[in-house]
Design a protein around this ligand. Structure first.
Ligand SMILES: [Zn+2]
Length: 87
């Protein structure tokens, strides 16, 4: 998060929470999706937040089995590798 970050990114990050909560209109959702396609830092933030929420939701319902925890960790590592190798 540098001073040169466009406003668009801040907007998108703020809306991510609403996006994940399903509180946005289809139009807004499409806008965010488009931004995420173009902007890997925002996409990473989105992926992380979505994964985190999923884990927390699982944890609240039940305790997370070690096998799932390992899969989440692997998925996160994979995401990082994918984001890094994106042209
Ligand atoms: Zn962005």
């Amino acid at each position: 998060m540098g001073p040169e970050e466009p406003d668009d990114c801040q907007d998108t990050i703020e809306r991510l929470y609403h996006y994940l909560d399903g509180e946005l209109t289809d139009e807004r959702r499409a806008e965010i999706k488009q931004h995420l396609d173009d902007c890997s830092p925002c996409l990473q933030a989105f992926d992380f937040e979505a994964e985190l929420r999923h884990v927390i939701a699982m944890k609240c319902r039940d305790h997370v089995p070690e096998s799932l925890r390992r899969r989440v960790r692997a998925a996160l590592a994979e995401e990082e590798r994918n984001a890094g190798g994106h042209p």
